[in-house]
Write a protein that binds this ligand. Structure first.
Ligand code: GDP
Ligand code: MN
Length: 381
């Protein structure tokens, strides 16, 4: 889950990282109001969950509150990389002397978080990484020891940060690490961290990505999720506790178990088809869950067939069958459905489904072949 700039910066501030004064606005009038409050020059910043807003024209300076209102109106009417701008952050403008990059992410190869810093921060950091990677300094962080003070000093030294900033830089680095750790983030980034005209260090931009699998222990952070930018089907799926990822193929997959769901996708591809989604309905597939899953799968116009692959384990085959029957009754799908049901009480389950107009399959390979045949226009028997 990605956080907006204003959300990330609010978290950073709690960890002692200096940020500009400012607030978020949803209308030009609000933006004007905030600019009046702040007094002086402001920067109006689109809040969309993509990088490169500056280059796209989504970050603009305004000298007066009147100008802030105008600029906010223009930015709020924009779409950046396909995402509509619904909010702007109005911050007091900073005079920039130097733009520094500072970020923490997980280095999977090293099995450790890594802090990265560069004096060549700002909007071109990707270019820097590509063309002059030696300008990016890295320090791995031992998750048990945390970021050590000598490490942030070493980074400050290696990026040639003037010595009078080392103390505050150390405090910012420590704050960023603590925020990363406490929020179960997979990315915490300040780009740019600037040296201002008044020779102060300030985080002008902020970005955090949180680990979805840890959100259960961060209810306050989970509430920050911006539903505007997610596929509606994925939002709906989360509401029912389904693990769902939309894909581009034509065979809908209804499967219990993540491993089985991946196997199902693989075997569909093996027989020349393309899965329309990844879906794990999880254990205890109640009719409510199955119905929700079926609705979600069928809301995709590309879906020409649905493959049910169910292994009756802890959730028995007859329970799943009952769930499917209730779901079919509710959703009334118009596309052919193929089912492979094995495991505990599979026979009972299949008997219950006998009148459900589903195409039954003995094996997973058989089910995949039949599904592929349907979407390719050949009849399945
Ligand atoms: P991004 O393009 O999405 O990464 O958005 P940023 O918040 O990083 O802003 C992009 C660029 O706009 C920064 O690198 C700065 O050069 C510039 N910028 C942002 N805030 C200010 C500000 O307060 N004053 C000035 N002069 N420039 C700013
Ligand atoms: Mn930035």
């Amino acid at each position: 889950m990605k956080l907006h700039e204003y959300q990330s910066k609010q978290i950073f501030a709690k960890y002692g990282i200096p940020i500009p004064r400012g607030r978020v606005a949803a209308t030009p009038e609000e933006a004007k109001h905030i600019a009046e409050e702040l007094g002086g020059r402001v920067v109006v910043k689109s809040q969309v969950l993509v990088g490169g807003r500056g280059k796209a024209g989504g970050i603009r300076l305004a000298k007066t509150s009147k100008e802030a209102e105008e600029v906010a109106g223009q930015i709020l009417a924009m779409e950046i990389k396909g995402l509509p701008v619904r909010k702007v952050l109005v911050d007091e403008a900073a005079a920039i002397d130097k733009e520094i990059y500072l970020g923490i992410t997980n280095d999977r190869a090293a099995h450790k978080p890594v802090m990265m810093a560069s004096m060549a921060g700002g909007v071109e950091i990707e270019e820097v990484a590509r063309q002059t990677p030696e300008l990016i300094i890295k320090a791995h962080i031992d998750p048990l020891l945390g970021l050590r003070d000598y490490q942030s000093r070493d980074i400050a030294y290696k990026i040639d940060l003037p010595r009078d900033h080392w103390r505050v830089f150390g405090q910012i680095a420590r704050g960023l690490w603590q925020a990363y750790l406490d929020c179960d983030a997979s990315l915490a980034e300040i780009n740019p961290l600037v040296i201002t005209g008044e020779n102060k260090l300030v985080a002008l931009d902020g970005k955090m990505v949180l680990d979805d699998n840890a959100l259960f222990r961060h209810t306050d952070l989970a509430e920050m999720r911006d539903l505007d930018i997610e596929a509606p089907s994925e939002i709906e799926a989360r509401r029912y506790g389904l693990s769902f990822i939309k894909l581009d193929g034509s065979i809908g997959c209804m499967v219990n178990g993540a491993g089985l769901a991946m196997t199902t996708m693989d075997i569909i591809k093996l027989f020349g088809g393309e899965p329309a989604n990844f879906l794990d309905i999880g254990g205890g597939a109640s009719s409510e869950k199955v119905a929700a899953a079926l609705r979600i799968i069928l809301s995709d116009q590309n879906v020409k067939a649905v493959l049910f692959n169910v292994f009756g384990g802890i959730t028995r085959g007859d329970e799943v069958a009952r769930g499917i029957l209730a779901a079919l009754d509710e959703v009334k799908p118009q596309v052919p459905m193929v089912i492979r049901l094995v495991g505990t009480n599979a026979e009972e389950g299949l008997r219950m489904l006998a009148n459900a107009k589903m195409i039954t399959a003995e094996t997973l390979a058989d089910a995949a072949k039949k599904s592929v045949a349907i979407v390719k226009g050949g009849a399945a028997q």
